[in-house]
Design a protein around this ligand. Structure first.
Ligand code: UFG
Length: 329
């Protein structure tokens, strides 16, 4: 298939481009390079520096490249930033998706794989979280993605041949097994990269946000999934989509790790001391989030290859050591 990958120069999108090419598809990257890295895009992929707001340019690429399916990764993804800058999040994530869907309608492209998030569930009433759990986001980032899911439902109802899958990610981590692609965010806010920066001595210490949660060790529990396992689910979902399909799947490994457990795993992987300090809770952090990913396992036969957080951290650690300055741009 000819696949447009929006955000293909970003962390998850670049891994998707890689897997698409390896599977024999043609990857056409659209990225505005606001936070993406041109060097993360392989030469085999076509590249267009276009902003999602430019509907006409998107429609032109969809038609010229004879696109069969769009994988939509391009988005702003920082919860804290979304609280401070909600308009930017609704503009990029929600209005950006509308612009892309309009371009797709103009070009007659009707297959859509959407990067959604566990943030659509907000503070869950129970864990593990299944797809039918109530959706009540607790921050503008989560709402901006929730809105897109609603828009997709309405759009699919109006156009019976439009098909989409919304993949709700839990905590994505790790780097390509061959060490060639990894996480390079500025600013970095995610736990595992920050822990490894502290292990390398590039940060003085890690602040543990909250030690008084109602969990066994008092720190927050999350479900960490390897980026290559996550991306593999996108290809399976894309291939399974039939006209008119509307699908939703959680993507996690179904096991939660506390912040302290991540620190212990990182100490074991790196063999280094990781200095920490105990800080206050970060506003908006639910105590425990982990997925029931049984639905995608049953329906598509997906299963994660990385089943433990040490293996996931080991790939990130390899990337960090070989690329201390990320993509160097
Ligand atoms: N944490 C720390 N110290 C830090 C950074 C994080 O203790 O310096 C803790 C957080 O409090 C949280 C855990 O580590 O308990 C994981 O935090 P991340 O920021 O790595 O990830 P989140 O769980 O906050 O966010 C992830 C995705 C978001 C998504 C959210 C859905 O990165 O995009 O899950 O709940 F919105």
């Amino acid at each position: 298939m000819n696949v447009m990958v929006t955000g293909g120069a970003g962390y998850i999108g670049s891994h998707a481009v890689r897997q698409l090419i390896e599977a024999g598809h043609r990857a056409v990257v659209v990225d505005n390079l606001f936070r993406g890295h041109r060097r993360a895009v392989p030469d085999e992929a076509a590249f267009y520096q276009i902003d999602l707001a430019d509907t006409a340019a998107l429609a032109g690429v969809l038609a010229d490249e004879k696109i069969d399916c769009v994988m939509h990764f391009a988005a702003l993804t920082y919860v804290g930033e979304s609280v401070a800058e909600p308009l930017g999040y609704y503009h990029n994530n929600t209005a950006g998706a509308i612009s892309l869907l309009r371009a797709m309608r103009e070009a007659g492209v009707r297959r859509f794989v959407f990067s959604s998030t566990a943030a659509v569930y907000g503070e869950p009433e129970r864990t593990p979280i299944v797809e039918t759990c109530p959706q009540k986001p607790v921050n503008p980032y989560g709402w901006s993605k929730w809105c897109v899911e609603q828009i997709l439902r309405d759009h699919a109802a109006a156009d019976g041949r439009f098909a989409f899958v919304a993949l709700r990610y839990f905590n994505v981590a790790g780097a390509a097994a061959d060490g060639s692609l990894g996480e390079d965010h500025e600013p970095e806010t995610h736990l595992i990269p920050l822990v490894l920066l502290a292990a390398m001595g590039r940060r003085e210490k890690l602040t543990v946000f909250g030690t008084d949660y109602p969990t066994a060790d008092g720190t927050c529990i999350r479900d960490y999934i390897h980026v290559e396992d996550l991306v593999a689910a996108h290809l399976m979902a894309m291939e399974a989509l039939q006209p008119g399909d509307t699908r939703y799947y959680n993507l996690g490994i179904g096991r939660g790790y506390s912040v302290n457990e991540i620190l212990d795993a990182a100490r074991a992987v790196t063999g280094r001391e990781i200095p920490i300090e105990h800080g206050a809770r970060r506003p908006g952090d639910p105590a425990v989030l982990f997925a029931d990913s049984g639905k995608i396992q049953r329906e598509l036969g997906w299963s994660p290859r990385y089943r433990g957080v040490e293996e996931i951290i080991a790939t990130a650690w390899q990337w960090d050591r070989e690329h201390p300055d990320g993509y160097g741009d």
